[in-house]
Design a protein around this ligand. Structure first.
Ligand code: SF4
Length: 458
């Protein structure tokens, strides 16, 4: 039975959706918008106009949950003035806390986990009739493959190619909030990207919690990358997040040989200590991580490499921490997301004593942040004087006189607005760099090199 509700134009209820957490959540929100629009709801930009406020949440750290609870307090105050407003909590926090969320938060009407978004129209109808509800079943097959996301504009788009994770890293809630790994068929991903390309999208990022373990029964992730990149050679193709144990030579060969697969890889390290990597259940040693980096850098010399580092995992000693710092010094990442360990219920590490004192975690975190800042600045300064190809994204949020774009290696470039348009490829001469950004001037518009090759073939 189709869950489609048709409201007449004057009955259309407005829904405001706020999204927290990773790109997967942003991509999920685009599909939720489609599900609700097809059910007759209007998506709006302002919570004060909305009949329903939905928060798509992240549960990966306690801090992320606190931010959502703060927003719920704000929306709860709105609801006291407008009692008819429906408030829904979606995504990982919904899955993590299930029905208990309704009991603990009296203002919440809907609790909907990541595999239950098709039920949202039905849940909304119930909530508007005063019945609070929770749907948090996890599926082994749901990929929302048939639902075209409502793209939110711009020149870049995110395309979820697989969901869930089977790795069970000791600190991570994802296998509990997003369930087991499952991949979309290659043909369907290609169809979605073809549609995005005709809409003027110039860059797609293929998303999965563990994207390198993509398998649709016939094809692996290297096949998918090549297939997507062949749709339009002017389309940049990125992917995240890779897992070091699944980052195969076939994927590296695809990056090296296909010009529009970007030379940028996010490869989470987490720790440089083999003892801690084992305790984290990461499935690789520091030597195996080094081997993947060497293979990738040998095949793709101008590769930009970014990572995740976690400090203060249970039992982490000064010696373990020193190994992380030494490996960072050896590899020199272009950028890193750095975190302090935060215990999460349900995970394996929840049963371990969180024995690294707070002040020690803070000091270790500061050390890796400062080291990474100096490495990012060094990597970025190496571009000064070079002309880099930049995909123009639009005006800078900080200064209307400037525009911003990105290099193939995912570096943000700021330049004075000249005769350029959103979606253009331009050559920018880099004049200055900080740890976060490059600054330069446009020297010319370019035809994407790969499109020249293609037209030569035609
Ligand atoms: S690979 Fe590990 S850290 Fe990443 S989502 Fe899976 S369990 Fe979490």
């Amino acid at each position: 039975m189709s869950l489609t509700y048709i409201h007449s134009a004057e009955m259309r209820r407005k829904v405001y959706i706020e999204t927290y957490g990773c790109q997967m959540n942003i991509s999920d929100t685009e599909r939720i918008c489609t599900i609700l629009a097809e059910a007759g709801y209007e998506i709006c930009d302002n919570p004060s106009d909305a009949d329903a406020v939905l928060i798509n949440t992240c549960a990966v750290r306690e801090h992320a949950e606190q931010r959502v609870r703060g927003r719920l307090d704000t929306f709860g105050a709105v609801k006291r003035h407008r009692p008819g407003v429906v408030i829904g909590v979606l995504g990982c926090m919904a899955e993590f806390h299930e029905r208990a969320f309704l009991e603990r938060h009296g203002m919440v009407d809907i609790v909907c986990g990541p595999d239950e978004y098709r039920s949202l129209p039905c849940m909304m109808e119930s909530a508007f009739e005063g019945r609070r509800c929770a749907c948090t079943g996890l599926s082994i097959g749901e990929t929302y493959d048939d639902i075209q996301p409502m793209h939110s504009g711009g020149v870049r788009a995110w395309v979820t190619v697989m969901r869930g994770c089977d790795n069970f890293c000791a600190y991570c809630v994802v296998p509990f909030t997003r369930g087991r790994e499952r991949s979309r068929p290659l043909k369907s991903v290609v169809g979605e990207v073809e549609r995005l390309a005709t809409m003027g999208i110039r860059e797609v990022t293929l998303l999965g919690q563990n994207v390198n373990s993509y398998r649709d029964g016939t094809h692996d992730f290297a096949d998918l990358l090549r297939a997507v990149a062949s749709i339009d050679r002017r389309l940049r193709v990125r992917f995240m997040t890779s897992h070091p144990k699944d980052f195969s030579d076939r994927v590296i060969a695809a990056i090296a040989s296909v010009p529009n697969i970007c030379n940028a890889v996010h490869l989470p390290l987490q720790s440089g200590s083999d003892r801690i990597l084992l305790a984290m259940n990461r499935g690789y040693t520091s030597a195996e991580y080094r081997d993947r980096v060497s293979a990738a850098r040998e095949a793709v010399p101008d590769l930009a490499l970014t990572t995740d580092i976690m400090v203060g995992f249970p039992t982490e000693t000064e010696d373990d921490h020193r190994r992380t710092v030494e490996l960072m010094e050896e590899i020199v990442f272009d950028a890193a997301f750095t975190f302090r360990y935060s215990p999460r219920p349900k995970t394996r590490a929840w049963g371990m004593t969180d024995d690294v004192p707070d002040d020690v975690k803070t000091r270790r975190l500061e050390e890796v942040i400062n080291l990474q800042r100096s490495h990012s600045a060094r990597c970025n300064r190496a571009h000064i004087g070079r002309e880099l190809e930049v995909l123009v994204e639009g005006p800078s949020k900080r200064s209307p006189a400037d525009w911003v774009g990105r290099t193939e290696t995912d570096k943000m470039v700021v330049f004075p607005h000249g005769d350029v348009a959103r979606g253009d490829y331009v050559k920018v001469k880099i004049l200055a760099a900080t740890s976060a950004t490059l600054r330069g001037v446009v020297v010319r518009n370019v035809t994407h090199p790969a499109s020249v090759q293609e037209s030569a073939v035609v």
